[in-house]
Design a protein around this ligand. Structure first.
Ligand SMILES: Cc1ncc(COP(=O)(O)O)c(C=O)c1O
Length: 447
């Protein structure tokens, strides 16, 4: 195989990647004239759609005024405005916001905030962070340590801090062998059991995605799961931290996916759509409950990155949130997502390898299986997910996918998550192309 010739260190050293020149709406255009549907919004990120000149205009205006200054020394009105907007969108519950340059950085800051909060509160012993298997909170070492995405952890374990993980809320393959609606929320009870085993005096926080991201492609918990989690956290004075990096700012059809579950986290981690897809940005929001003990102790919060709270990111995120409101894009994500899910269910469920279709808003997951009855997984060596993604690209469409949903060993999942501006007609094309790819891939693999 020929090796890629540019100086770019790509994911696959032997693949020739399409070279994109520009984008508009849900489309990206290659230098050699292909029109590719961005059916996944990159890694479920680009929310507003490509090519919005207003976003570029705000960047230029802010850059002309002030491109950079550092949070340790100064503050800007635009950062205040952006943080105020995020806080407002949380209903004021997240009263203090810390902006960084991406989701993994946000998780790292969340870990530091968890610890600082506990120390200032006088709970020096509380340092352990419990999370879930098959979760993802970022690629940096701290974030990966609390991530249970076996495939992404593989090889890097020697660098990680060893924290406990409980089973995921994954009804399609319930780890407790239960049926949705006929269980006792054993996956939530596992949190209490683990807190007790670790010693409540040692446990600082529980971190979870409200709806799973790429590791389980849009799996969501059974009714009552997060209410029970909230109760357990409160009982043992453990902070509840929700990772809304993927779900937040409209992707799930709400500003925060936690709204679906009727609970409020003590802390929320944000990224991706918080800048609409126009600037590398992440954020952590904390409630007064987390903030007050730090203030009462006359504390400080020194950790940060050089780019934390920079005015350019703040200006872009503020504009992105205004844009979401101006064009009702969160409602649109919910509406188009419902249509996408309905169409996928109608067209794909009759296929022999489509086991489950799930998700809310414009993050719809598909789980592919060898046997729909037994849910037996496809032999991982055939890389079914990879075949689907490459097949889609050959038909000028990008989709996201992952493998290992079945305890890291096997399992194939796809995520269909176009930008919020997608139309019903475009969804019909996405579904049509996806079905054509699936038909080919199934045939090739003897289904
Ligand atoms: C739920 C979740 N948390 C954290 C991250 C890490 O964000 P980033 O890739 O911006 O560092 C991701 C990225 O996919 C994610 O999906």
């Amino acid at each position: 195989m020929r090796r890629e010739e540019s100086n770019v260190l790509s994911l696959d050293f032997f693949r020739e990647y399409p070279c994109i020149s520009h984008g508009k709406g849900i489309y990206m255009y290659t230098e050699d004239g292909r029109e590719i549907i961005d059916g996944a919004s990159g890694p479920v990120l680009m929310s507003l759609g490509h090519g919005i000149t207003e976003m570029g205009d705000v960047m230029k205006a802010q850059s002309d005024k002030l491109a950079y200054c550092h949070r340790d020394d100064v503050i800007t009105s635009v950062l205040k405005e952006s943080c105020k907007k995020i806080s407002e969108l949380s209903g004021g519950h997240l009263s203090r916001i810390f902006q960084v340059a991406g989701g993994s950085e946000a998780t790292e800051i969340a870990i530091k905030l968890i610890r600082k909060h506990q120390i200032y509160k006088g709970c020096q012993g509380k340092y352990k962070i419990i999370s879930r298997w098959q979760s993802y909170h970022g690629i940096s070492n701290g974030a990966l340590s609390i991530s249970g995405f076996s495939k992404r952890r593989a090889g890097y374990e020697p660098y990680m801090t060893d924290f406990s993980k409980i089973p995921p809320a994954y009804c399609y393959r319930c780890w407790f062998g239960k049926e949705p609606g006929k269980c006792n929320l054993e996956c939530a009870q596992a949190l209490e059991d683990t807190i007790l085993c670790e010693g409540p005096e040692n446990v600082a926080a529980f971190v979870a995605e409200p709806i799973s991201g790429m590791s389980l492609c849009a799996a969501e918990p059974a009714e009552g799961y997060f209410k029970k989690i909230r109760e357990i956290c409160d009982k043992y004075d453990v902070l509840l931290v929700l990772d809304e990096v993927m779900t937040g700012m409209g992707r799930s059809g709400k500003y925060f996916a936690s709204e679906y579950f009727g609970i409020k986290p003590d802390m929320a981690i944000m990224g991706k759509a918080v800048s609409g897809g126009y600037f590398p940005l992440g954020a952590v929001g904390i409630s007064e409950k987390v903030y007050k003990p730090m203030v009462d102790a006359k504390g400080t919060f020194p950790p940060g990155y050089s780019w934390s709270g920079n005015p350019l990111g703040a200006a872009v995120s503020l504009k992105a949130m205004e844009y979401l409101e101006k064009y009702n894009l969160v409602e649109r994500s919910a509406k188009m997502g419902a249509y996408l899910r309905k169409r996928l269910e109608e067209v794909l469920y009759p296929h022999p390898t489509v086991g489950d279709i799930r998700g809310r808003g414009l993050m719809i997951g598909i789980e592919l299986v060898k046997d729909k009855e037994t849910k037996e997984c496809i032999d991982p060596s055939v890389d079914y997910t990879g075949q689907m993604m490459m097949g889609a690209l050959e038909k000028d469409m990008l989709i996201e996918g992952s493998s290992g949903c079945n305890k890291g060993q096997s399992g194939n999942t796809l995520m269909i998550s176009p930008p919020f501006v997608v139309t019903e007609e475009q969804i019909d094309v996405i579904v049509e192309r996806l079905e054509a790819v699936l038909t080919e891939v199934e045939k090739r693999n003897g289904f």
